[in-house]
Design a protein around this ligand. Structure first.
Ligand SMILES: Cc1cc2nc3c(=O)[nH]c(=O)nc-3n(C[C@H](O)[C@H](O)[C@H](O)COP(=O)(O)OP(=O)(O)OC[C@H]3O[C@@H](n4cnc5c(N)ncnc54)[C@H](O)[C@@H]3O)c2cc1C
Length: 383
């Protein structure tokens, strides 16, 4: 077991962190305040190979590992978790195309996903099917050489701005076995979007409903060319998605930690700097320990997925739960260390707290992570 990053990983992390500090962090507050989705800056990451990070090179991707991906999302999130996590969703979609798409679909779609000429959205959740995603009711009915899609997707990240919609719809009976995956392009007649959701955080990326009213797509857009396997795609994408969202929590917590550490030496109270109070020394010690533990769990989960370890789903769920819970706590503690100033927008901490709150809810809520973990553990898969 080796806990050190190799030279390539250090270089990848440095590159992503430099990009985050130079191109993302300086505007992050403004994007949050104005609900601005900076597609131009997001597209710049494609030129750095960050649009298709763990898509194999022979499919037109960067050919890096999941662990490399976690390092990149963590570093980008140091700049802004809302931007980093949107990029992680785009990567999840691109990976699903590479893994499950036919060779024709890969040839037609991957170049534009890799260049981010097309930004993408992952459309699973519905108004009546969130945690119980297999209860989805969007339908795709065969009509000659086409499918007709009808239904509504809820809470879709990037919706309205994205070009490429990876949509799960029912082609068969109730339950997971009746679900298939389709690609729908933005300009397809019958596809429309709900109003921009007004959110607590993640304001730098849009969240909208995706509404399908007799949306006609050719059968060539049925991902993998096969019905009934869509739910398997959705779930397998989520193992990586959970690692990525956990990594995004790490990056934001790292930033909050750095701000808190700096502030302990700047701010004076009762004639001493804050760093002289043992209670605050202990607080920063706990934050450092929690951040380190969360980082180890996310890196281990990513490594397990790279090795196709049978424990990978469990480690991903554990890492997601731990990193998103602890990441949120670290940001909140950093805010507390800043006293009243932490509550002001100028210090950037209240934004991190608002942004990280949703990481405990999406890509499977942290209750659902416990469902996944306990199922594995109680079935004897508890090594
Ligand atoms: C900002 C934002 C962006 C999002 N982006 C996307 C996206 O791009 N694509 C997409 O498909 N979805 C997206 N989602 C949806 C997200 O994945 C869901 O909100 C999430 O899965 C929870 O579903 P729900 O909101 O319907 O909650 P519900 O499923 O209704 O859950 C309500 C509560 O009950 C708990 N609960 C439910 N079932 C159980 C159980 N079996 N045991 C214990 N507790 C349980 C939950 O943990 C939760 O606390 C996004 C959500 C948000 C808020």
């Amino acid at each position: 077991m080796n806990f050190a990053l190799n030279e390539d990983q250090t270089a990848i992390q440095d590159m992503a962190l430099t990009f985050a500090k130079e191109r993302i962090a300086p505007s992050a507050s403004e994007w949050d305040e104005k609900s601005h989705f900076p597609v131009d800056v997001i597209r710049e990451t494609a030129a750095l190979g960050m649009a298709t990070i763990y898509v194999p090179a022979d499919k037109g991707g960067s050919g890096l590992s999941r662990l490399d991906g976690a390092l990149i999302f963590e570093a980008l999130s140091y700049g802004c978790p809302a931007i980093a996590s949107y990029i992680s969703i785009h990567n999840m979609v691109a990976w699903m195309v590479s893994k499950y798409g036919t060779s024709e679909q890969n040839a037609a779609w991957m170049p534009k996903l890799a260049s981010m000429e097309w930004l993408s959205s992952y459309c699973l959740t519905e108004p009546g099917a969130g945690s119980d995603a297999a209860a989805l009711t969007t339908t795709a009915r065969r009509d000659g050489g086409d499918y007709l899609l009808n239904g509504t997707k809820q809470f879709i990240s990037g919706a309205g701005a994205a070009d490429f919609y990876f949509i799960f719809a029912r082609t068969g009976a109730d339950g997971p076995g009746g679900i298939s995956a389709f690609v729908v392009m933005k300009d397809t007649p019958g596809l429309s979007f709900g109003a921009l959701e007004r959110k607590m955080g993640w304001n730098a990326q849009p969240t909208r409903q995706v509404i399908m009213d007799n949306v006609r797509v050719p059968a060539a857009n049925l991902v993998g060319g096969k019905e009934g396997v869509g739910f398997r795609f959705a779930m397998s994408g989520l193992d990586g998605g959970r690692i990525n969202i956990g990594a995004c929590s790490l990056g934001a917590a790292w930033n909050a930690f750095d701000k808190a550490r700096g502030y302990l030496f700047e701010r004076k109270a009762f004639g001493k700097v804050l760093a002289d109070f043992q209670v605050l020394q202990f607080k920063i010690a706990d934050m450092a320990t929690d951040l380190d533990a969360a980082r180890l769990m996310i890196y281990r989960a990513a490594d397990a997925l790279d090795r196709a370890d049978p424990q990978a789903s469990k480690y991903s769920a554990m890492g997601k739960k731990y990193a998103t819970d602890l990441g949120f706590e670290i940001c909140n503690e950093a805010l507390q260390i800043h006293g009243g100033y932490g509550y002001l927008k100028d210090y950037g901490l209240e934004k991190l707290v608002r942004d990280l709150r949703v990481h405990q809810i999406l890509e499977g809520t942290n209750e659902i992570m416990r469902v996944v973990i306990s199922r594995k553990v109680l079935s004897g898969n508890n090594a």
